[in-house]
Design a protein around this ligand. Structure first.
Ligand code: FAD
Length: 473
């Protein structure tokens, strides 16, 4: 079917709002990545029946269906040429004991506000803050500064409800034949192919699916390719009574990352890093010659730990605070790192969306920085670095002149091969999407990649759901 006919035909059979005017198609052609992909129609389902109708129509006519949350993803995972499912109406929320049941379109802001009223919170906290959705966090296996202590979305996902590409409703985990079949496919892979890192959003996380009780985890990081998530049960935690935030200034990034493994022994809730490109946007008296700041936060036994950090750190502590207003101001600086870095890019330059989320075992961070130094000596590029140092997850953003754009793929291949060889993953939290799906095989090798294909074929035999992401069939 011609793409221009899809909207009209869909509008005839659908039971929800469908848009296919130029303005809507332009709007949904982009997300927070640099990719542009024009869809054919956008649907706004209000319930599972609406989704079932749409996926059945799409399968029948071989049209792709791509679920979308808030469009804050950084790898183009929510862009597609067929039908985009805007999940905004799936926004119910119900608090339980130690968990919350939410619709997949619920915003993180609504989730946080509701949980706060009950003295609770959801561990993973992407720097985008309130704007992303539950479905998008599950779709990318998102994490954030506090994932150091509280894990990524995959570690906090208790249950999911999905609409499959055949239009069935499945709740996972469930002890039934479907789960048995899923487990049988998972068992084909070797755990050895999975990097030993605390965060990983590359490929399908079949390493976390080991029994009936955790089969729901296959949906974390699946980027809408295995099913449309309609609701989820998420683990919640008691809000800490008090936090302390310690800001440490260093003369080099390497000095800072060398300190990280020792700091981790104290059990911080966050250890984050920013380089001089970001520091220049901070309004605070920062010592001359500072090239890097480490943000170290604790949320228990804070006085004792504050003293210990002083003893361990080779940098200069420039702030140690328990004041809520000061702590949130500094987290605003840290969470603005991406927008600060984009400000420093001139019109003649481009920033790579392929390299930006590598994660290595924490003690190998100095090696990762050596690798970056080597690449900047070999290629005409500069880099901006910030991220989740405590997880070994650095957002290294290479910036090149537009005329050198063709080098990006070559640099990425060299960079990713080295990251993998030091036991890392090419993406710790943002996922594969259009940026990195072509590198998933490099990460895991042919055998595991062929298991990923079997996973995809099991859930979505007709390749209707977000094709071209995660695995390329
Ligand atoms: C400034 C900035 C800072 C960021 N900081 C972080 C960070 O610290 N940590 C982090 O992990 N990420 C970060 N991100 C990336 C992004 O915000 C997260 O990945 C977020 O979870 C995406 O949510 P979303 O609702 O916008 O999803 P979208 O971008 O709309 O979608 C993301 C993926 O999930 C899939 N998806 C969405 N809804 C569903 C559903 N209902 N069922 C199945 N699949 C679905 C989509 O198809 C897509 O593949 C940042 C982004 C920006 C712009």
């Amino acid at each position: 079917m011609l793409s221009s006919q899809i909207g009209k035909k869909l509008a005839k059979i659908a039971t929800c709002k469908i848009l296919f005017d130029k303005q809507a198609l332009d709007l949904y052609s982009v997300d927070a990545s640099s990719y542009v992909v024009r869809p054919s129609a956008i649907a706004f389902p209000k319930n599972e029946k609406d989704i079932i109708k749409i996926v059945k129509f799409a399968s029948r006519h071989k049209i792709s269906v791509t679920p979308r949350g808030a469009g804050t993803g950084l790898v183009g995972g929510d862009l597609g040429t067929g039908i985009i499912l805007d999940m905004r109406h799936f926004d119910k929320i119900k608090i339980g004991r130690g968990f919350v049941q939410t619709g997949s379109g619920l915003s993180k802001g609504e989730l946080d506000d509701t949980l706060r009223k009950h003295g609770r919170f959801f561990g993973p906290n992407p720097s985008i803050g309130p704007f992303c959705t539950v479905g998008g966090m599950i779709g990318t296996n998102a994490s954030g500064s506090h994932s150091l202590k509280y894990g990524s979305t995959i570690d906090n996902l208790l249950q999911v409800r999905i609409v499959t590409s055949k239009g069935n409703i499945v709740t996972l985990p469930k002890k039934d034949n479907t789960t048995k079949k899923i487990l049988r496919v998972m068992k084909l892979q070797s755990q050895k192919q999975f990097p030993c890192v605390s965060k990983n959003s590359c490929g399908y996380r079949i390493d976390k699916v080991t029994a009936h009780s955790n089969v729901q985890k296959i949906m974390a990081g699946s980027e809408g390719t295995l099913g449309i998530i309609t609701s989820a049960k998420l683990k919640t935690l008691l809000l800490p009574k008090q936090n302390v935030l310690i800001i440490i200034a260093y003369k080099t990034l390497k000095d800072a990352v060398i300190d990280v493994p020792e700091i981790l022994k104290l059990g911080p809730s966050a250890v984050e890093i920013i380089d001089h490109n970001i520091i220049q946007h901070i309004v605070y008296k920062i010592p001359n010659g500072t090239k890097c700041l480490l943000f170290v936060e604790f949320d228990n036994r804070i006085s004792k730990k504050r003293i210990k950090v002083q003893q361990i750190s080779s940098g200069k502590i420039i702030l140690s605070t328990t004041k809520y207003s000061q702590i949130s101001q500094w987290w605003t600086y840290r969470n603005s790192a991406l927008s600060y870095s984009l400000k420093s890019i001139s019109k003649q330059e481009i920033v790579s969306s392929i390299i930006e989320d590598a994660t290595v075992p924490v003690h190998r961070l100095p090696l990762l920085l050596d690798l970056v130094k080597y690449l900047t000596s070999q290629y005409p590029m500069r880099v901006i670095i910030y991220g989740h140092a405590g997880n070994g997850n650095l957002h290294i953003r290479p910036i090149l002149k537009k005329k050198d754009e063709r080098l990006i793929k070559k640099i990425a291949l060299e960079f990713f091969s080295a990251v993998i060889s030091i036991g890392g993953t090419i993406t710790g939290e943002h996922g594969d999407g259009l940026a990195r799906s072509g590198f998933v095989k490099l990460q895991y090798g042919s055998d595991t990649y062929s298991v990923f294909k079997k996973v995809k074929q099991f859930f979505d035999p007709a390749n209707t759901l977000n094709p071209g992401k995660k695995v390329i069939l």
